[in-house]
Design a binder for this molecule. Structure first.
Ligand code: KIV
Ligand code: ZN
Length: 388
């Protein structure tokens, strides 16, 4: 049987770190329910120790969501981890995700700790968390920019303490696909107990490569969990986008050979909900969830799609939750698409000559007007417009 790729959604935690995207408890709960309908494997509901509001939101989600694991982030200290465990008490399946930075830059300048201190704190944190829950994820923050010998030492130790998932963040979006994939592969090869944990990728999008890097981590590195957000929401340029990773793995199953638990028909509803809740508009040409993702404007493409959809569609709009694909009538449209729209509008013209004349008027109009509505087409073929 094919391996399963675990989808870990962090819209409500890392996504919310996007400036201007903060959400109320009720809004988070609504999104968590939609993520459960989408059948994501893990919902990172928040960072319980960061504020009372976030604690309440994590708790409310843990109490309600039953079909996805609910996770809270915690720094690598007893207080944060205890708060996370407390908030997650009601969960059917709970995960504590603890992290500490391991790059020389972060340890020296931000944490002001020596590598040995970080190593000890990481071990103790995982040991403490494992006494509270059986499902513990560890992230070495800025992992991708960490010195590899030190990182191997830390990761081997936290796996020995019982970490069940090891996540390698590219915290600042510095990675490129081949190097990131090989980085994960090398870690897995060098760490003797690496097969005791699931390996996970967590990529930021500063250079626009979060999805490509995540997929390389899966394909080259052998990671089996991807951390991502709806619409790629997240700090700075955002996180790896859930809809793109999921549809890449599904559409190119021939290449990835992985199973997914996701109900893809819930992708567009999830995208809309997150966009409406945060006020972050989805760009029209965004893959999968953008308004133009399944829209055809050129005459050649429209003609092809009307004859056989897979001429210009590698996935079905309906499979990701759109009601249909779109044939957009405009100056590039061909006669075939125009004729099809007349049929859909219930307009019957008596002869091909009439269709040709109406099509010529449509082309003239489209040269003058960028948005052609159905009303425009009806007006074009009405008696008044014919005679005007
Ligand atoms: O980007 C990052 O390093 C994170 C960690 C806390 C996992 O979000
Ligand atoms: Zn992150």
């Amino acid at each position: 049987m094919a391996d399963k790729l675990i989808i870990f959604d962090t819209t409500l935690r890392d996504g919310e770190q996007s400036p201007g995207a903060s959400m109320t408890k009720d809004e988070k709960l609504r999104i968590a329910r939609q993520l459960e309908r989408l059948r994501v494997d893990v919902i990172e509901a928040g960072f319980a120790a960061s504020s009372n509001g976030d604690f309440d939101a994590v708790k409310a989600i843990a109490d309600v969501v039953k079909d996805s694991t609910v996770c809270s982030l915690a720094r690598a200290n007893d207080r944060d981890i205890s708060r996370a465990a407390e908030a997650l008490k009601g969960a059917a399946s709970a995960r504590i995700h603890t992290f500490i930075a391991t790059s020389a830059l972060h340890m020296e300048k931000k944490l002001r700790m020596t590598p040995d201190q970080v190593y000890e704190q990481a071990r103790q944190a995982v040991r403490f968390a494992r006494n509270l829950t059986g499902d513990v994820e560890f992230s070495p923050e800025d992992g991708y920019r960490s010195e590899i010998d030190f990182l191997c030492r830390v990761l081997e130790a936290v796996i020995a303490e019982g970490a069940t998932t090891i996540n390698i963040p590219d915290t600042v979006g510095y990675a490129v696909p081949e190097l990131y994939g090989n980085f994960i592969k090398t870690l897995r090869e060098r760490i003797p107990n690496s097969d005791k944990a699931v390996w996970s990728v967590h990529c930021h999008n500063d250079l626009g490569m979060a999805v490509a890097n995540s997929l390389a981590g899966v394909q080259i590195g052998g990671a089996r969990q991807v951390e991502c957000t709806i619409n790629g929401l997240g700090e700075r340029a955002g996180n790896c986008s859930l809809e793109e990773v999921v549809m890449a793995v599904r559409t190119r199953r021939d290449y990835f050979g992985l199973e997914l638990g996701i109900d893809t028909s819930q992708i567009v509803p999830a995208s809309r909900l997150v966009s409406q809740t945060t006020g972050f508009v989805v760009q029209p040409n965004k893959a999968v969830v953008g308004a133009n993702a399944f829209a055809h404007a050129s005459g050649i493409h429209q003609d092809g799609v009307l004859k056989a959809r897979d001429t210009y569609e590698i996935m079905r709009a309906e499979d990701v939750g759109w009601s249909a694909n779109k044939i957009v009538l405009g100056k590039l449209s061909g006669r075939n698409a125009f004729k099809q729209r007349l049929q859909e509008l219930g307009v019957e013209l008596e002869s091909e000559a009439e269709v040709n004349a109406a099509f010529a008027r449509f082309k003239d109009l489209a040269d003058r007007k960028s948005d052609i509505f159905d009303e425009d087409i009806i007006a074009l073929v009405s008696d008044e417009s014919v005679t005007s």
